[in-house]
Design a protein around this ligand. Structure first.
Ligand code: GDP
Length: 444
């Protein structure tokens, strides 16, 4: 999980100052020393750390904070504000052209995740902004890259423009833009060539493509796990080609988060999207204020709701709600509900977006292995229709058969049956509560 160490350290520092009715300069100094360590350990650029500590300290010892009734809370708010500023303040969206097609160039070093991100971005723009994208295979030096993009296009049912590897990338880009115009495709995403290192030929080629039609966006794809190297790469690409934004990939595997916290301040270019996994829907718009609140353990309910809106089928959700209310919820519905949740991403990440959940005792000990969900699925699929609708009939013999059929143990079957019963009980209570409260409201 991203920012794990930083998040833990900042939260324990904050905890110390949170409830204090009075704080003095010494308290702020001590807190900032810990914040400084936390940031350095998270591999944040040193200049950025110094600047951050200076701004927060100055604001925290201000008269309005010291004299307020809740100085601890105020200091936390300042840390949150400044973390947000560090990552870019307001969220920055894609600049779509008034005269389509919008042209987006994807640049970056090999292995950063450029080709995958090209596909993910097309998918996101289609889902979130109703765009009709065209993917362009302009990485002609790595034959596999053209194939890779074609495969991605097929998986997503998004058209791919390619001319093999014998035509120059500039020519490919030119033809692709013309093709998009003819076909009324409104976004052109060009997957340019990556290199192992930054070199002159690559930069010249990117400049040539750039010169063709001033792109609306030039997104640099960098691997968050490379930490400060990612920041250096961003600086070099910006100096040589000029970038308009950064896509940070593999943030799911980056426990430190140094690149995410330094890139904006060092390059002055915003992080536009973050890659949170290998799947094609694991790309999210980057919201600095939400990320700051996630780091400080305050959850990120807005992103959770957006994830649900993008991935959960509203009709099906309504149907399930109705079944809860009428107590006709079966194991098949349970399975359906699970598949909806699964679409939103790894369970662990989803839970961490809920405020307070990361402070729940014992959460770290629970293994949120998504394989467990697969086991549950296998168990349910091994049940007969009668068993799914009336789990009461599942006796010892049936349990053995289900366990065998699903490749799980009888204990696992028992656990699932118990979970299902508990959930039904809870739903009964909740629906009971809501009808009671509704009745209450009707009383004049
Ligand atoms: P390119 O050489 O820059 O085009 O890189 P690719 O698109 O081929 O990606 C390199 C590897 O990184 C692939 O195995 C991708 O699945 C993986 N990858 C890309 N983005 C992410 C991400 O956000 N998270 C994780 N975990 N893996 C990613």
């Amino acid at each position: 999980m991203a920012f794990e160490g930083l998040s833990e350290r900042l939260q324990s520092t904050i905890q110390k100052i949170k409830g204090k009715g009075k704080i003095n300069e010494q308290d702020v100094k001590e807190m900032m020393r810990e914040v400084r360590f936390a940031l350095i350990e998270a591999d944040v650029n040193l200049k950025v750390v110094k600047q951050f500590v200076k701004i927060v300290s100055e604001r925290a010892v201000g008269q309005d904070v010291m004299k307020s009734l809740t100085p601890g809370q105020q200091v936390i708010k300042i840390v949150q504000d400044e973390l947000t500023n560090l990552m870019g303040g307001e969220q920055s969206v894609v600049k779509f052209s008034q005269k389509p097609p919008t042209v987006i160039m994807m640049v970056g070093l090999q292995g950063a995740g450029k080709t995958t991100t090209t596909g993910k971005l097309a998918n996101l723009l289609r889902k979130k902004y109703n765009k009709n994208p065209l993917l362009v295979a302009a990485d002609v030096y790595r034959p596999a890259a053209v194939k890779q993009l074609e495969t991605l296009g097929k998986q997503l049912s998004i058209p791919v423009f390619q001319k093999g590897t014998d035509v120059s990338p500039v020519e490919i880009a030119r033809e692709a833009i013309a093709h998009a115009r003819e076909e009324h495709l409104d976004v052109v995403i060009i997957d340019t060539a990556g290199r192992l290192h930054i070199d002159e030929t690559l930069m010249q080629e990117l400049k040539d493509i750039r010169a063709l039609k001033e792109p609306d966006e030039v997104f640099l794809v960098v691997d968050a796990m490379t930490g400060q190297d990612a920041v250096n790469v961003a600086e070099s690409f910006d100096d040589a080609v000029g970038i308009t934004g950064v896509v940070l990939t593999k943030l799911d595997g980056d426990t430190r988060g140094g690149a995410a916290l330094s890139i904006r301040t060092v390059t002055q270019k915003p992080i536009k999207f973050i890659g949170m996994g290998e799947k094609l829907d694991a790309l999210e718009p980057f919201h600095p204020e939400r990320m700051a609140s996630r780091i400080l353990g305050m959850g990120d309910v807005l992103s959770l709701i957006e994830k649900a809106q993008l991935n959960v089928d509203e009709e099906k959700a309504k149907e399930l709600e109705e079944k809860f209310k009428t107590q006709t919820f079966t194991f098949d519905d349970f399975l359906e509900q699970m598949s909806q949740v699964k679409k939103m991403g790894p369970l662990e990440d989803i839970l961490k977006m809920i405020p307070g959940v990361n402070k729940m005792k014992g959460l770290d000990n629970i293994n949120f292995d998504d394989k467990q969900i697969d086991h549950i699925e296998a168990i349910i699929r091994s049940m007969t229709i009668a068993e799914k609708t009336n789990p009461e009939i599942i006796n010892a013999g049936r349990k053995k058969r289900i366990a065998k059929g699903s490749g799980c143990s009888v204990q696992e079957v028992n656990r699932l049956l118990k979970q299902f019963e508990d959930m039904k009980k809870m739903m009964k209570q909740m629906t009971g509560m809501s009808t009671k409260s509704k009745k209450k409201m009707k009383i004049p």
